[in-house]
Design a protein around this ligand. Structure first.
Ligand SMILES: CC(C)(COP(=O)(O)OP(=O)(O)OC[C@H]1O[C@@H](n2cnc3c(N)ncnc32)[C@H](O)[C@@H]1OP(=O)(O)O)[C@@H](O)C(=O)NCCC(=O)NCCS
Length: 184
């Protein structure tokens, strides 16, 4: 396998080639995801993306998110990774793991206290996240969708970044963890 290179690109600086590669990968990897949910629930803009390049070809990507939220008495800098995908022919070679580890380093640099990943528990992708240290929250989380409706979901995974104390507080609380507007 040619060497895989991971590159970070700020969302506003995507090139036309990167934009078309995003669409191509999304079509290849997320054709099973409900369109309505994508349009109504996943409404936040990534602040940047990681691309996995093999030579000039883009074979994987990962979106990075960040927002400030309040949970109980705590102000939290909350990071997220989303839309991780790797071209079918390139899977199980550690590419997603490589992007994820790099993504977590960047979220830490962005001073995120904790980061999360929304897992579709029907998929085995959560194993990938477990391997880098994410743990599943046993409670449901809530978020507000584009219509202003409050929705709930189970199976969100969290990892401590800059603050173990914030992570413990969030994971051990009995209250519903509210994402704010958009499930990213
Ligand atoms: C999920 C996905 C991103 C994994 O990419 P990848 O580059 O193949 O992942 P890695 O090679 O880094 O996998 C690391 C570990 O994660 C786990 N894993 C990854 N894909 C898995 C699968 N399909 N089934 C079971 N375990 C899996 C394994 O433990 C794997 O380690 P191993 O290969 O040594 O057994 C890729 O399969 C994909 O694009 N799927 C479609 C999109 C998707 O479902 N994204 C997740 C959103 S919920």
């Amino acid at each position: 396998m040619n060497e895989i290179e991971i590159k970070f690109i700020v969302e506003k600086k995507l090139t036309p080639f990167q934009e078309s590669s995003i669409l191509k990968l999304q079509k290849e990897c997320f054709s099973d995801v409900d369109r309505q949910s994508i349009e109504e629930d996943f409404i936040s803009q990534e602040f940047g993306r990681l691309f996995a390049y093999q030579g000039r070809k883009i074979v994987g990507m990962l979106g990075l998110f960040k927002r400030k939220i309040k949970f109980g008495e705590k102000e939290i800098v909350f990071g997220g990774t989303g839309g991780v995908c790797v071209a079918k022919s390139m899977r199980r070679k550690g590419i997603a793991t490589k992007m994820l580890k790099e993504g977590l380093k960047l979220l830490k640099k962005e001073k995120c206290d904790i980061a999360c990943f929304n897992v579709d528990l029907k998929k085995e992708a959560y194993l990938l996240y477990e391997k880098v240290g994410f743990k599943t929250m046993m409670r449901k989380i809530s978020f507000e969708n584009i219509k202003g409706e409050i929705k709930y979901d189970a199976g969100t995974m969290f990892i401590p970044l800059c603050s173990q104390a914030v992570y413990d507080y969030v994971m051990q609380s009995k209250n519903t963890f509210h994402y704010g507007k958009g499930y990213w």
